[in-house]
Design a protein. Structure first.
Length: 377
């Protein structure tokens, strides 16, 4: 019995040593970058609760399907440096939103939909027309309330001619109902108890991939196996919405959801007032979820939630009505995304954000809208 115990002990020691050696090699060679957001990317902000740290250096950022870089300019955004004050002959647009605007979930900074829209507008501009600046003011985790606080506190810094609210349909309604959902701890953005607790297995998984790059590498290998993809895609799609939120979201026109609608409408009303007082035009562009978009080909959609195309369009219709009452220009986007999805996937398989094709579609919609704002006709 003692001999068996000794052998098992030696085997355990050998396995542990091998795993530690592999972990060390992965870290030294940089084969797998750290999981999650880099340390120090976030700081507390007295106005917006949190923001990205100004001047954050270029750092690798990876998930299962992609690797990009994160950095910030002197204002704390993943954008090029913008002059202050605004130069003559420049039509400056602020696009405020969350991680979809931020864009590091899958594309480099010059391929986000804000950057692509700016490039297209300036490439096709008439001679003598204005030069466009389309500023990426997206921050992971921001809701409409954070964006409102940002506009109030930084308006004079930017002097925008137009503001576009990129409204994430899947979660902004709910983000606007919560306060203090994120906090900054040791330079990391962490979820607070107001968001509720994840399943125990998800908590364990998050801890493992955050502390051991070997686990992150193993997870990537598993996620590339075709047998696992359908299940993983379905779980990611449902998790992004939240099972308890889907019924509310796609029934947003019902009387039971009046408090949610009223909260978002009040925030939008305040944003519109800030923009008008500053002499800027304000628009809202819904950012649709994958579930909303991939309805024509159910074989492509990650999950069939049993809702019709009309039901999945309810949040956009509610937003359009709000904008009409407030006087915000509504930039219809859902039909364009649905049409484009018939030709190519617009989202990552294991991540709810736009892939390069999705950013191109969003850029085309945004660019066309911005061009119409300066068109004399």
């Amino acid at each position: 019995m003692k001999g068996l115990f000794r052998k098992l002990l030696l085997l355990g020691f050998a396995c542990g040593f091998t795993l530690l050696l592999m972990e060390g090699l992965i870290r030294v060679t940089g084969l797998v970058p750290p999981h999650g957001y880099p340390k120090g990317l976030f700081i507390e902000d007295p106005d917006t609760e949190f923001i990205m740290a100004p001047g954050f250096p270029v750092t690798r950022f990876s998930k299962q399907e992609f690797e990009t870089t994160v950095f910030t300019n002197r204002d704390g955004f993943r954008d090029v440096e913008r002059p202050e004050p605004k130069p003559e002959g420049v039509y400056r647009v602020l696009v405020v939103g969350d991680s979809f605007v931020w864009g590091a979930y899958g594309v480099d900074a010059d391929h986000t939909f804000t950057a692509l829209a700016e490039q297209s507008l300036n490439r096709n501009a008439d001679e003598g027309g204005p030069k466009f600046e389309v500023i990426n003011a997206g921050v992971i985790g921001w809701g409409t309330d954070n964006a409102l606080a940002f506009l109030k506190s930084r308006w004079d810094r930017y002097q925008p001619d137009a503001v576009v609210i990129a409204f994430c349909v899947a979660n902004d309604f709910f983000d606007n109902m919560r306060s203090g959902e994120y906090s900054v701890k040791d330079g990391y953005l962490v979820e607070t108890d107001s968001l509720g607790s994840d399943h125990l297995l998800r908590r364990v998984r998050n801890w493992m991939v955050s502390h051991f790059r070997l686990v992150s590498l193993a997870e990537r290998v598993v996620f590339q196996m075709e047998a696992f993809k359908p299940f993983l895609e379905q779980q990611e799609a449902i998790r992004f919405h939240g099972k308890d939120q889907m019924e509310v979201l796609y029934g947003m026109d019902l009387d039971e959801q009046a408090s949610i609608r009223d909260r978002t409408e009040e925030l939008l009303r305040q944003m519109a007032a800030v923009c008008r007082d500053g002499g800027a035009r304000v628009s809202l562009m819904p950012i649709p979820s994958r579930i909303q978009v991939e309805t024509k080909n159910k074989g492509v959609s990650p999950v069939d939630v049993g809702l019709s195309e009309a039901q999945l369009s309810v949040p956009d219709k509610v937003l359009e009505s709000m904008c009409g009452r407030i006087g915000i220009r509504f930039v219809s986007s859902l039909d364009s995304f649905r049409d484009a999805s018939a030709e190519a996937s617009l989202y990552w398989e294991l991540n709810p954000h736009f892939n390069p094709e999705g950013n191109k579609v969003a850029a085309a919609i945004l660019g066309a809208h911005l061009a119409s704002l300066v068109d004399p006709q």
